[in-house]
Design a protein around this ligand. Structure first.
Ligand code: PLP
Length: 299
């Protein structure tokens, strides 16, 4: 790979910017060997970061929760992220910051002795659902794979303990679904690979309060609902309440508000993206132009 061709994306690793195809994590880094890492993903849309401060704050909280130190201030991280976007020349981008455990000195198994490592990269914007899926709405399968309990891995700190999500996703794809929702020990839906979930019931939004990553898009949906006068209930969401909802949608930095029109292959409500979902979708993209939430990249 040409060391100056950043057109497919740019990464920051071990003190240098490299084309995304040349970026790597050392094999012995516990980030790789033990999924011992945290990360956050912020997007750039039309040349501006969306809610960058919220993502930087969550990244700092995730690092603190897992006793990881990226060794950089939010300002320094911002500069690195912006430079990745600039080098790649992207107007719409998926921008990730990561902190891995690194590795303790040979012979030691004490994570406190590891030197934590910071990485970052920018690649073209990633959609959780493709164009066809977005047009018709998603068919989501409720899995009986249980999400790792919060008492084992804190889901509010963004992590790579994804084997449950990946195995659930494989099962859902095999069953003809587009994606998957995992459940907790009581049969409530919690979240899926890269997204939170909302049901719309009698004009109210319902989204799980606990056992989930507090998505920045989830927060945006809650704030948009406040602005639009739509009540929101943060509480457990039994799978049957999702199946019998008037509308359902996912929230994610990978596409915003994504309509769910089928659960387990059966229509939700009318079987089409509902009016509340569409209103939230329009507002989500409109808020990208709001200076309160956007930080332009200096190209
Ligand atoms: N839940 C999980 C497990 C995730 O990985 C993600 C995002 O990657 C989300 C929810 C949605 O979070 P956000 O809205 O900040 O993208």
């Amino acid at each position: 790979m040409n060391p100056t061709d950043f057109s497919a994306g740019a990464a920051w690793q071990r003190g240098a910017f490299v084309p995304i195809a040349n970026a790597s994590v050392p094999l012995t880094d516990w980030g790789f060997l033990r999924s011992d890492a945290t990360y956050d993903v912020v997007t750039v849309w039309d040349g501006a970061f969306f809610r960058l401060d919220a993502h930087l704050e969550r990244f700092a909280r995730s690092c603190a929760r897992f006793r990881l130190d990226p060794g950089r201030t939010p300002g320094e991280i911002t500069d690195i992220l912006a430079q990745c976007v600039r080098l790649a020349g992207l107007r719409n981008a998926y921008v990730e910051m990561l902190c891995t455990r690194g590795q303790p000195p040979w012979g030691s198994r004490d994570p406190r002795q590891a030197v934590n490592q910071f990485f970052a990269f920018a690649v073209p914007y990633v959609w959780i659902a493709n164009e066809e899926q977005r047009a018709r709405g998603l068919n989501v399968i409720v899995s009986d794979v249980q999400r790792i309990p919060p008492s084992s891995v804190d889901p509010t700190a963004k992590n790579y303990h994804w084997n449950d999500l990946t195995m659930g996703l494989l099962g859902a794809l095999d069953a003809g679904g587009d994606s998957v929702l995992l459940t907790d020990a009581h049969g409530n839906v919690v979240e899926g690979p890269g997204f939170n979930v909302f049901a719309v019931r009698r004009g109210r939004l319902v989204t799980p309060r606990e056992g989930v990553l507090e998505g920045i898009t989830r927060r945006t949906v809650i704030e948009m609902a406040g602005a639009l006068g739509i009540p929101v209930d943060l509480r457990a969401l039994p799978a049957d309440e999702l199946r019998t909802a008037d509308e359902a949608f996912l929230s994610t930095s990978g596409g915003g508000v994504l309509a769910v029109t089928k659960v387990d292959g059966r229509a939700v409500g009318s079987g089409r993206a509902g009016a509340v979902t569409q209103r939230l979708q329009e507002t989500y993209w409109a808020w990208h132009r709001d200076p309160r939430y956007s930080t332009p990249v200096a190209y």
